[in-house]
Design a protein around this ligand. Structure first.
Ligand code: NAG
Length: 161
């Protein structure tokens, strides 16, 4: 490989993550739309009212995203807002599209077989979303689990998922 090519590759690798973040683009989306729907049903009833339910931890928007989750998911922003600006987190988490991209990034980063069934699927994403990347084997809260299960079964009955 010539020096110029190597140099360009290094530049691209060094530059692209920040481009991805600052423009709010997500390259790779492991979570299906149906799965996103069932996660938001379980966590907020897909209520897109722009609110944060817990002032201390954040938990904003349709996916009830916390500030730490937003950081782990690459600090995506909307409308070219700077990630360090005061409302960057709240504005993204309260925007359904930006929030969905946060979920995609988070799952891309932390995907794992939480329920140990040999597959990486929506059941694992739902656990990672609610319990975090480092405790996803734990029991889910009853309400979250039951709304999620009902949603997924509903789609499976229709031959979707
Ligand atoms: C959505 O959440 C807001 C704020 O908590 C609430 O006032 C509203 O009734 C909810 N909408 C639905 C359809 O549940």
């Amino acid at each position: 490989m010539s020096f110029e090519v190597e140099y360009m590759l290094c530049l691209l690798l060094a530059v692209s993550p920040s481009l991805v973040q600052s423009q709010g683009h997500v390259i790779d989306k492991p979570v299906t739309e149906l799965c996103l729907t069932c996660i938001c049903e379980a966590i907020s009833g897909c209520n897109a009212t722009r609110i944060c339910t817990s002032p201390e931890k954040g938990t904003c928007g349709i996916f009830r995203i916390t500030w730490a989750y937003w950081v782990d998911a690459g600090k995506l922003t909307i409308d070219g807002e700077h990630p360090e600006s005061e409302r960057a987190f709240i504005n993204c988490a309260n925007d359904p599209h930006c929030a969905a991209n946060l979920v995609q990034n988070y799952m891309k980063k932390f995907n794992q077989d939480c329920n140990d069934d040999g597959e990486m699927d929506c059941h694992d994403y739902a656990r990672i979303h609610k319990l975090g990347a480092y405790g996803c084997q734990a029991d889910l809260p009853y309400n979250y689990q039951s709304v999620f299960d009902e949603c997924i079964e509903n789609y499976e009955d229709q031959g979707l998922e």
